[in-house]
Design a protein around this ligand. Structure first.
Ligand code: 5AD
Ligand code: SF4
Length: 492
């Protein structure tokens, strides 16, 4: 049996990497790992009680929004509401929204039309819009056919119970103030996931990068990091409740920095603290900005078996000219140098990315640069988008959205086709190897199969045998589809 282990550098030879890892290990500030003395483990699951008012919450957009909905659920549960998955029995309906592209917003307007039907049947229900659209479109939402009772931005969720009370007494509940401090640090999110195995932990909020196409700095405000003690407590709480994987979330996690009274904590140090919660707790993180992903972070990944060998590193474009217009603060060469560093320090690590096609002034040559960079990196996975101009961003104010729609579509299709090939190759090279897999749930296709993921973030489907959700097992890969690995459980 051939084991695929990204930490081969441990076992093979004493390289510079190994020296650096040992050095880093011995020189980390040990006081960073002092855990809080007494941890109060809270109830982190929804409670169901018939006689309490019910909150239904629907979430659109990124992982950060999923995480925010869990904070909202926690705030509302502490204020006497229970969570329901059935809109028909809800007293309050909240929609957590995304503004990143126009189609994300259109989807939300479509859902609001459905909520209107619900409100016609039961006029007493309250409808609230929260998240990025609330921030961006407060007036339009408030004027929307008298449907919306609450509009609450991403930094005002603590106010929700008061705003709901105001709305119940007939006033409009609105708060879209952005904050420089709010991180919801001490709130234990109510986990709304189904599997009870993997959870998100938000480690920071906002973004200071000001990429010219992006609305996030305007809807989520300035970047701020969360106290590492509260992050650690949340990871321990999750582990004690049976969770076996956490993903540390932020718009730009590599610029995480907490200024404590005695010492500062950077992202590499935080990652190490969380990895030390337990060797059985997998740690992932997202999203990394290429300009900030440091060798220190890469060495930290290499040091810990339980930090997953997968990096999501959005490139956006392969053309240095376009990257400059996007205000990304790196060039094609810089990005390639970071990929070389990942391959050198981690020896085996999957890399995924985000790509925007058809950005302002993009020529065929720029597009070809993106295709050639994709081939060079050999991305394992990519999220690919057509450029969507967002009002009031730098690009909308200073550049012209001049790539015709049909060219955007043609280029997007070419990018998708190439990525399809690369993703398939990435899966095919796993056939015949065995991987450690965390069992996450029952396969959607068959009750006789479970699914889980490898450290490289690839989904694996396999017959259940006697394992349980939350177990770590080894799976030998016998086949693959473009999206999934297929295998059977083997001895380690
Ligand atoms: N148009 C298209 N895609 C965008 N993204 C962000 N803003 C836009 C936009 N205006 C993409 C980027 C980012 C991902 C989360 O969404 O690729 O990394
Ligand atoms: Fe938007 Fe750029 Fe910040 Fe990502 S890093 S959220 S793309 S501004």
């Amino acid at each position: 049996m051939m084991l695929s282990n990204g930490r081969a550098i441990y076992h093979n030879c004493f390289t510079f990497c190994e020296f650096a890892i040992t050095f880093a290990k011995n020189n980390r500030m040990s006081s960073l790992f002092n855990k809080p003395k007494s941890i109060e483990f809270k109830n982190i699951k929804p409670v169901y009680r018939e006689n309490l008012p019910k909150l239904y919450i629907e979430t659109y957009g990124c992982q950060m929004n999923v995480s925010d909905s869990e904070v909202v659920a926690s705030i509302m549960q502490s204020n006497g509401y229970v969570i329901t998955e059935r809109i028909e029995e809800a007293d309050i309906v909240l929609i957590n929204t995304c503004s990143i592209r126009d189609n994300a917003e259109q989807r939300v307007w479509g859902r609001l039309d459905i909520f209107r039907l619900e409100k016609k049947k039961r006029p007493s229900i309250l409808v609230g819009v929260i998240g990025c659209m609330a921030e961006r479109l407060r007036e339009e939402l408030m004027d929307h056919d008298k449907l919306v009772d609450l509009v609450v931005g991403p930094d005002a969720y603590r106010e929700l119970p008061q705003l709901v009370r105001a709305a119940e007494s007939g006033q409009k509940g609105i708060n879209v103030l952005l904050s420089r401090e709010e991180t919801y640090a001490e709130i234990s999110p109510i986990r709304l996931d189904k599997n009870g195995v993997s959870a998100f932990i938000s480690i920071m909020r906002g973004c200071n990068n000001m990429c010219s196409y992006c609305v996030v700095p305007y809807t989520r405000g300035a970047e701020r990091s969360r106290d590492p003690k509260t992050i650690l407590r949340e990871a321990e709480e999750l582990f004690a409740n049976g969770y076996r994987e956490v993903t540390l979330l932020g718009q730009n996690v590599n610029s995480y920095r907490w200024k404590g009274q005695d010492e500062d904590t950077n992202f590499a140090e935080l990652l190490e603290m969380v990895a030390q919660v337990s060797p059985s707790l997998r740690v992932r993180f997202s999203t990394s900005h290429p300009k900030d992903i440091s060798d220190e972070v890469l060495y930290t990944i290499a040091m810990y078996e339980n930090i997953c060998n997968n990096i999501h590193l959005p490139v956006q474009s392969g053309s240095s000219r376009i990257l400059k217009l996007m205000n990304r603060n790196y060039t094609r060469d810089f990005y390639m140098e970071r990929i070389r560093a990942i391959r050198h320090i981690l020896s085996d690590c999957s890399i995924s990315t985000d790509i925007i096609t058809g950005f302002c002034t993009e020529t065929e040559e720029d597009h070809q640069d993106t295709l050639s960079l994709m081939e060079w990196v050999n991305f394992d996975f990519a999220y690919m988008f057509k450029y969507s101009e967002r009002p009031n961003t730098k690009a909308s104010r200073h550049l012209t959205d001049d790539v015709p729609e049909e060219i955007k579509t043609k280029r997007l299709n070419e990018i998708i086709l190439l990525q399809h090939k690369l993703s398939e190759l990435s899966k095919k090279k796993d056939v015949g190897k065995s991987f450690e897999v965390l069992v996450e749930g029952e396969s959607k296709r068959s009750a006789e199969y479970y699914y889980g993921r490898t450290s490289y973030n690839k989904v694996v489907v396999f017959p259940k045998e006697s394992c349980r959700i939350g177990d770590y097992i080894y799976v030998e890969i016998s086949d693959c589809t473009p999206a999934t690995l297929i295998g059977k459980i083997v001895e380690e």
